[in-house]
Design a protein around this ligand. Structure first.
Ligand code: FPP
Length: 249
C-alpha cells in the first residue's frame, strides 16, 4: 500500500507543526467507555505524532494538551488528566532521550499540581541537551492568558524604564511570548471535525496553514500526519502577496 510519506518533499517540511488534539471524549463514548479511556488512548497518538515528526526531521512540534478552560471540567476528569500527564512524562523521558527529543512546555505552569510541575521541570531538564526535535506541551495554556501576560510584562518594563512605548513593535512582542524560543507554527492541525482554534497561539498562527481532519485524536496515526503534510505542501503560501510576486521571487 502506498503511503502519504512517499509524497512528502523533505526539502519543504514545515519547521513547526502545532496540533489541537481533540475528540478523546467522543471517541471513548463511541466505544461505550468513560472519557478518561479516550485520554489514555490519546497518549498513543501523542507518541505516534512525536516519533513520526522527529523521524521526518520536523524541528518543532507543539501539542495543545490542556487549556486554561479545561480546569472547569468535572474534577474527576481534571484529576485523571493530571495523573495521566504525570505518568506519561515520567514514562517517556527515556524514550525522548533515545529519540533525541527535547521537552518544552508553555502555559501557566505554576497552576499545575505541584507534583506535575516538579516532574515536568525535571523532564525538561533531563532532555535539555537533545536537539533533533523540540516537543512543546501547552499546559494550562490559552492565548488570551498569554497575551494578557505579555501586556502586563511590557507595562511593568515601561513603568520601570526598561523600555519606552515607542520601542514596542511586533518583534519585541514576540520576545515576551512564552513561545519566544520557537518559530511560528507553519501548520496547525485540529482533529475531530471541529473548525475552531480555541484560544490556541492566536498571535503565532497568523500565517499558519490550517488543516482539519474528522479523525478523533485517539485514532490519529503517523499516516494522518503524513497526509496533513502532503496537503500543506500543496498550498500556496502567499503571506499577503500575489501569486505572480511569488513566482518572480
Ligand atoms: C481533547 O479531547 C483532549 C484533551 C483536552 C486532552 C489531551 C490529552 C491527551 C491526549 C492525553 C495526555 C497528553 C499528553 C501530552 C501526555 P476532548 O476531551 O475535548 O474530547 P471531546 O471534544 O470529544 O470531548
Amino acid at each position: 500500500m502506498t503511503s502519504y510519506k512517499d509524497k512528502i518533499d523533505p526539502e519543504r517540511l514545515p519547521q513547526h507543526v502545532a496540533i489541537i488534539m481533540d475528540g478523546n471524549g467522543r471517541w471513548a463514548k463511541q466505544h461505550g467507555k468513560h472519557r478518561v479511556f479516550g485520554h489514555k488512548n490519546g497518549v498513543v497518538s501523542v507518541r505516534e505524532a512525536a516519533e513520526a515528526a522527529a523521524e521526518l526531521g520536523i524541528p518543532y512540534l507543539t501539542l495543545y494538551a490542556f487549556s486554561t478552560e479545561n480546569w472547569s471540567r468535572p474534577k474527576t476528569e481534571v484529576n485523571a488528566l493530571m495523573r495521566l500527564l504525570l505518568q506519561t512524562i515520567k514514562d517517556e523521558v527515556a524514550t525522548m532521550n533515545k529519540n533525541n527529543i527535547r521537552l518544552n512546555a508553555i502555559g501557566d505552569l505554576q497552576s499545575l499540581p505541584q507534583r506535575n510541575y516538579m516532574h515536568l521541570m525535571k523532564a525538561i531538564e533531563q532532555t535539555s541537551s537533545n536537539n533533533r526535535m523540540t516537543l512543546t506541551l501547552a499546559l494550562s495554556y490559552s492565548s488570551r492568558w498569554e497575551l494578557t501576560m505579555v501586556a502586563r510584562r511590557i507595562a511593568e518594563d515601561v513603568v520601570a524604564g526598561r523600555c519606552t512605548p515607542e520601542e514596542i513593535n511586533q518583534e519585541c512582542m514576540g520576545k515576551y511570548l512564552t513561545t519566544s524560543s520557537l518559530p511560528d507554527p507553519e501548520l496547525l492541525i485540529r482533529t475531530s471535525g471541529e473548525f475552531r482554534v480555541s484560544n490556541f497561539m492566536l498571535w503565532q498562527i497568523a500565517y499558519a496553514e490550517l488543516y482539519f481532519t474528522n479523525k478523533f485524536w485517539p485514532e490519529f496515526r503517523r499516516e494522518d500526519l503524513y497526509k496533513a503534510l502532503v496537503d500543506f505542501q500543496c498550498r500556496e503560501r502567499r503571506f499577503g502577496k500575489t501569486s505572480e510576486q511569488l513566482i518572480k521571487k
